[in-house]
Design a protein around this ligand. Structure first.
Ligand code: DQA
Length: 150
């Protein structure tokens, strides 16, 4: 049987996780996030391919690649969540389910963070659980995929 695969995509400034505004985003690094998702997915028989970029077009390319190669996608578009029609359109264009994650509770922050252009075209959203949100997203996504197979 072919290996099942999740793509984990992170947007701008997530490479600074652990150093960036730790009061808001915590002390864990992006490597910690990748390890957390990889370990969670491995327990359920899924591989994880992880990309991070500070560039909108790169993220569009990764989403398109995920559309061809992934069973499901976890994405934190970071600041592009609130601005990017291109990322929203890329998500709309692909078939695998997509879960959006935000480390912080964007709804308790500045009003410009309350709107997500991408959330309406995603299959689910996890917000405000710190980096544990990525683990919860992986579990929810895998549940969704396994239910579909039955
Ligand atoms: O960079 C980020 C991180 C974020 O997506 C989060 O994970 O909480 C929330 C965004 O508003 C912000 O621009």
């Amino acid at each position: 049987m072919a290996t099942k695969r999740l793509f984990l995509l992170n947007g701008p400034n997530i490479n600074l996780l652990g150093k960036r505004e730790p009061g808001t985003y915590g002390h864990a690094s992006l490597d910690d996030v990748v390890r957390l998702v990889s370990d969670t997915a491995a327990e359920k028989g899924y591989d994880v391919v992880a990309y991070q970029s500070n560039h909108e077009g790169d993220l569009v390319d990764y989403i398109q690649q995920a559309g061809e190669e992934a069973d499901g996608i976890i994405i934190n578009p970071a600041a592009y969540t609130h601005t990017s029609v291109a990322i929203r359109d890329a998500i709309s264009a692909i078939h695998p389910p997509v879960i959006e994650v935000h480390i912080s509770n964007v709804h308790s922050r500045e009003s410009f963070r309350h709107q997500s252009l991408s959330a309406p075209v995603c299959d689910g959203q996890v917000v405000g659980f710190g980096i544990d949100g990525y683990r919860l997203a992986a579990l929810g996504l895998i549940e969704k995929l396994e239910r579909r197979e039955k």
